[in-house]
Design a protein. Structure first.
Length: 126
């Protein structure tokens, strides 16, 4: 019983460390991973450079939590920033791309996930 819990905890810990490294790279202005986004149903490329590094980080958090619908609060806790910052960045992402699906939970909170017909492949910018 303890082993599955420990494994799940270790995975969460690894995910958090990965996100921390990404944030550190963004803070130091070093080249980081970008996202090459392709919508399969329309064979249309959405260039990653239209998203800011912080917006790309939000997309990465959503990718890392695939299968979960994340609220502003969920994302802000992972990234260690305010809910209002995340809300503004998601509004910006939605204005630039059609990557996200917005749903409301039973309490009426907005939650986000990636569209299912989207294939996202990370690549290096350098």
């Amino acid at each position: 019983m303890i082993d599955p819990i420990k494994e799940a905890f270790d995975k969460v810990k690894d995910d958090i460390n990965s996100i921390k490294k990404e944030i550190d790279m963004l803070k130091s202005n070093q080249p980081s991973k970008r996202l090459d986004v392709q919508e399969l149903s329309h064979d249309k490329m959405i260039k990653a450079d239209i998203l800011t590094p912080r917006e790309q980080t939000i997309i990465k958090v959503i990718i890392d939590h695939k299968g979960m619908n994340l609220s502003y609060k969920d994302i802000s806790e992972v990234l260690g920033t305010t809910i209002s910052t995340i809300k503004n960045q998601i509004i910006s992402i939605k204005g630039k791309t059609n990557l996200l699906i917005e749903e409301r939970d039973k309490e009426g909170k907005k939650r986000y996930k990636l569209k299912e017909d989207i294939k996202i492949k990370p690549f290096l910018t350098y």
